[in-house]
Design a protein around this ligand. Structure first.
Ligand SMILES: Cc1cc2nc3c(=O)[nH]c(=O)nc-3n(C[C@H](O)[C@H](O)[C@H](O)COP(=O)(O)OP(=O)(O)OC[C@H]3O[C@@H](n4cnc5c(N)ncnc54)[C@H](O)[C@@H]3O)c2cc1C
Ligand code: FES
Length: 291
């Protein structure tokens, strides 16, 4: 046994090796995390803590490059703004992972991946595994407008076909990703679908595959704290049963999810979250720093 290995993992420094702004409020960060990179699979996530006593937030592992992992996130609240303020060379004190069950990337036949907004960040690793398993992969990415489209070139390189949709028609198909999915379903036989984006988008889009009975996975994003099945905060209802998204998911059968419960639980701490962000912006302006 390599007695030094666990100790080495305990003292790992998660150094940021690359940082890019991908779109308004959307950041890409590459982090040195060899023990996570070694085991990471499509659909899995990490729990990130930006400082001592800070909140722990889940972020999907978007890609792996040698001993580095990539996370892509939207700055929406205090912790994601803090993360966005870190520059190349800085370190993230605490990252746990890979967590969650990997995506079901067996050979299915033709697979359609649908990404909405920052949910698109989850697609490259899943698409890559599906292609390796000899699936035909059609990727649909949707955004409100052209400037918010993510990973277009990268996903075009991995997928057999990439289709773009924007709500305002500024790029690609004028409409929602759900509309494009319906067109693809009418055009050809599809064996398996992934839909990853905001909960309401996943709920609506997955209706398209319900009647034809196509296996459809969604990646649920309830509030998570420990990410190990201990705290119960990520409780969701799937097929009438209580499941913990961090250990039983985060991917589940879209047609079995109790969407209303998920949407309601996501808003549980909305007042506290608003207060924390206001406090953070106030502290930044007092220090004269960028929020
Ligand atoms: C498995 C999983 C993977 C995710 N992957 C990504 C990703 O790749 N990129 C990305 O931008 N976002 C991702 N999210 C959402 C991300 O975790 C939240 O945006 C983040 O926690 C917000 O924290 P905050 O302090 O900046 O904002 P806050 O102001 O605290 O919250 C803003 C909103 O984010 C959600 N949220 C807040 N805290 C948590 C939490 N601890 N766990 C889950 N959701 C929370 C709530 O809906 C909340 O209303 C993922 C969520 C889950 C569950
Ligand atoms: S995050 Fe605590 S049980 Fe899932």
């Amino acid at each position: 046994m390599l007695a030094s290995e666990p100790l080495k993992e305990c003292v790992e420094v998660y150094r940021i090796t690359g940082r890019k702004v991908l779109a308004e409020k959307v950041y890409e960060i590459w982090v040195e995390a060899p023990h996570i990179a070694r085991h990471a699979r499509g659909g899995q996530f990490v729990i990130v803590r930006t400082g001592e006593g800070g909140e722990r937030i889940p972020l999907t592992i978007s890609a792996v490059r040698g001993g580095e992992i990539r996370i892509i996130f939207m700055a929406v609240g205090k912790t994601t703004h803090l993360l966005a303020s870190l520059r190349e060379g800085a370190s993230i004190p605490d990252i746990a992972g890979p967590l969650g069950r990997p995506s079901d990337t067996r050979t299915h036949g033709t697979c359609v991946l649908v990404g909405g907004g920052v949910g698109t960040a989850s697609l490259p690793l899943i698409a890559d595994e599906l292609v390796r398993a000899k699936n035909r992969v059609i990727t649909i990415i949707g955004a409100r407008n052209a400037s918010l489209l993510l990973l277009e070139e990268e996903l075009a390189g991995i997928s057999d076909e990439l289709i773009i949709a924007t709500d305002d028609g500024s790029r690609g198909f004028h409409g929602f990703a759900a509309d494009v999915l319906k067109i693809v379903l009418a055009r050809e036989k599809v064996d398996c679908v992934w839909i990853i984006g905001p909960a309401i988008m996943m709920k609506i889009t997955s209706n398209a595959t319900r009647d034809p009975g196509i296996r459809t996975y969604v990646s649920l994003n309830p509030i998570m704290v420990d990410g190990t099945g201990m705290c119960g905060s990520c409780r969701v209802k799937v097929g009438g049963e209580t499941r913990f998204a961090c250990v039983d998911g985060p991917e589940f059968d879209a047609h079995q999810v109790d969407w209303d419960m998920l949407l309601q639980r996501q808003r549980m701490y909305i007042d506290e979250e608003r207060e924390a962000l206001e406090h953070y912006h106030h502290e930044c302006s007092c220090r004269g720093g960028a929020a």
